[in-house]
Design a protein around this ligand. Structure first.
Ligand SMILES: [Zn+2]
Length: 113
């Protein structure tokens, strides 16, 4: 049996370093070392904060493993420090993906203001 660890990389086209490569950042178009989302370190940080602002905890590495009540605290800190405005429009288009399978409409009463 040939072993099949030589699995096909699907999104990295010409780089065999898994997860990390160099190229143009999806967020700021500068040439840099990119993470698996195609973002430079700086934009990855912005994305993290955006995810937290949006309460997309599932996507956030920062919020990973953080208790729900602590997450709100984390978000407050981020907002206090960096403001409430999103810094990066997410290049991974998770919003599009989400639209397809949205479960419930969010009512306006989130207490955002
Ligand atoms: Zn960038």
């Amino acid at each position: 049996m040939p072993d099949t660890r030589n699995s096909m990389p699907e999104c990295n086209d010409d780089n065999d370093v898994f997860g990390v490569s160099e190229g143009e950042c999806c967020g700021c178009d500068s040439f840099a070392r990119l993470n698996e989302l195609g973002l430079c370190e700086e934009c990855a940080g912005k994305l993290e904060r955006d995810l937290i602002r949006e309460r997309d905890w599932d996507y956030s590495a920062l919020a990973y493993g953080v208790l729900a009540e602590k997450r709100e605290e984390l978000r407050r800190q981020i907002v206090a420090q960096y403001g409430e405005k999103l810094e990066l429009i997410t290049p991974i288009n998770k919003r599009q993906r989400r639209k397809k399978s949205r479960k419930r409409k969010r009512r306006g009463g989130g207490g955002n203001r």
